[in-house]
Design a binder for this molecule. Structure first.
Ligand SMILES: Cc1cc2nc3c(=O)[nH]c(=O)nc-3n(C[C@H](O)[C@H](O)[C@H](O)COP(=O)(O)OP(=O)(O)OC[C@H]3O[C@@H](n4cnc5c(N)ncnc54)[C@H](O)[C@@H]3O)c2cc1C
Ligand code: SF4
Length: 482
């Protein structure tokens, strides 16, 4: 245990962020480094619980009390080894994860939880700075070839694990660059792409082959691929956006969130994006429909474009400041949170329902008509009732639909293979991560539905073990999930 009285001696401190006035002027990452000197005190708050619920909260099963102790004792080299033992990409989770481990931390029962995420990020940053993150090419060659479709965190974790086990791995990505949503979904200000690129350099040096502009099922015959490789993995994500079929949906100025975020990420990469593909929020009244993380990413992007006004709408009621009785520890706390983008401005409206987009007479959106609603739960069933007389309009030149995703796209890859899909529209798998087709595996959002990076990595690691065992008859690869 780091320090017996650490949780009594030190209070939780907040992750440092760059000042709002400065950060909205650029696309640079908003999260700042945590000073190494005070991080030791934060790690000292860990109680090294007999039953560490943080392990249970983390899908990767990260060995959190171990590295808290190592950081407290300034044993950084050992800390990164412990961290990499369960997580291929701690820099992604350390920067972007909502940290379910912190929600489950025992200290959180009657105090603020340990700053697990900050400790994780600082360990990996420290390791990169000191040149400790080196390629780990395999010592053997099994001669087996695996094709991974999709280069998001799930595909990357699968590829790294299988390559290190001695297999020949090729990752096929339909986009022009590798990274999935880490590349073209998540904005630069949340995680700079250099963080992704340095990890891809390591994987390339390990011998993973990357093929971009390779749309399997469209410009690459999936059945040919199946024939040429010993195993095929579907890690194509859940990219089908949920629509809002209300009157006026067809008006100019109403877009899916990803149509706003993706071109901006291309611009940040230095690409020349055709004007018609670029959606600008500059000097516009922007309404973001959907109160989740994708909506928050649209909010931060719209701030940087210089929007005139921004509203983010949520159909659910305002969350409570602290856990409700129905949401006890160690469940994920359903509480009011202020993300970095929210701290930069904009107005959040809760308990509202969008009724129609209003035409300006020239086929462009001019306003959104909405009503206030009340959520009712009767016999365990949730319903929403409109509050009479609450109908009103908000000015709107740009509406962004951030209502989540309905699952993987079916045309092309999924349809061509004929793999079974679940009732929810995700790709079905068995306990070895194999789909209904022999030798075809799946992991990440493609089989789970839109989720989190930490789940994608955990599933990638687990699927890699299933694939390794399928090819070799047994596997020594670790698998955090069944
Ligand atoms: C805007 C946004 C912000 C998010 N922010 C966060 C966050 O802050 N923290 C967090 O934990 N999670 C976040 N998420 C969720 C997280 O990004 C995903 O859960 C995660 O990326 C899923 O990983 P994946 O590898 O399964 O799929 P993806 O990252 O979606 O990658 C799938 C890849 O497969 C490719 N592909 C699909 N079909 C084919 C094909 N036929 N041929 C070749 N390639 C194909 C796609 O182009 C894509 O690059 C966010 C999601 C969005 C949309
Ligand atoms: S639950 Fe919290 S206090 Fe307990 S071991 Fe995990 S991080 Fe430390």
């Amino acid at each position: 245990m780091a320090k017996v009285t650490g949780f009594l001696d030190y209070q939780r401190e907040h992750q440092p962020y760059r000042p709002v006035a400065e950060r909205v002027q650029s696309w640079r990452q908003v999260m700042d480094h945590w000073p190494v000197e005070t991080l030791g005190q934060q790690a000292a708050r860990c109680m090294d619980c007999g039953i560490p619920f943080c392990h249970d909260g983390c899908p990767l099963g990260n060995l959190i009390p171990d590295w808290n102790d190592l950081v407290y004792h300034q044993r950084w080299r050992e800390a990164i080894d412990r961290l990499h033992a369960t997580n291929n990409f701690p820099e992604f989770t350390g920067t972007l994860c909502p940290a379910p481990c912190e929600g489950a931390c025992v200290l959180g029962i009657n105090d603020d939880p340990v700053t697990i995420k900050a400790v994780e990020l600082t360990i990996i940053d420290h390791a990169f700075e000191h040149g400790w993150v080196l390629p780990e090419p395999p010592a053997l060659d099994t001669g087996k070839c695996i094709a991974v479709v999709g280069s998001g965190p799930a595909g990357l974790a699968i590829a790294q694990q299988l390559r290190r086990a001695g297999h020949r791995v090729t990752v096929f990505e339909r986009a022009d660059r590798i990274g999935g949503l880490l590349r073209y979904g998540i904005p630069e200000f949340k995680m700079e792409k250099r963080v992704l690129n340095r990890r891809l350099q390591q994987m390339t040096a390990e011998g993973v082959e990357f093929r971009t502009s390779a749309n399997v099922g469209v410009n690459i015959d999936v059945n040919k691929l199946r024939h040429e490789y010993d195993a095929l993995v579907l890690a194509g994500g859940a990219t089908q956006p949920r629509d809002l079929p209300i009157a006026g949906r067809e008006l100019h100025g109403v877009h899916f969130a990803m149509d706003f975020l993706t071109p901006q990420n291309h611009v940040c990469e230095g690409d020349k994006v055709p004007e018609e593909a670029l959606i600008s929020a500059t000097d516009k009244h922007v309404i973001i429909i959907g109160g989740g993380d994708t909506g928050a990413d649209c909010l931060g992007t719209a701030h940087r474009h210089g929007a005139k006004s921004i509203h983010q709408l949520e159909i659910l009621p305002h969350p409570p400041a602290a856990r409700a009785l129905t949401n006890p520890w160690p469940e994920w706390p359903q509480i009011y949170r202020i993300s970095a983008a929210h701290a930069e401005g904009g107005e959040r409206l809760y308990s509202v329902s969008s009724k129609r987009f209003v035409d300006d007479g020239n086929g462009r959106v001019r306003a959104l008509e909405l009503t206030e609603i009340e959520m009712k739960i009767e016999d365990g069933r949730t319903s929403f009732v409109e509050i009479k007389g609450s109908k009103h309009e908000l000015p709107c030149d740009l509406a962004l639909l951030a209502l989540g995703f309905t699952g993987p796209e079916k045309p092309g890859l999924v349809d061509a293979l004929g793999v079974t899909v679940t009732e929810r529209g995700n790709v079905w798998r068995d306990e070895s991560w194999m789909t209904s087709e022999t030798g075809v595996f799946t992991a990440g959002d493609m089989q789970r539905g839109q989720s989190l990076i930490v789940w994608a990595i955990a599933e990638g690691r687990s699927a890699a073990r299933g694939i390794d065992a399928f090819l070799m008859g047994r596997s020594d690869l670790p698998a955090p999930l069944d």
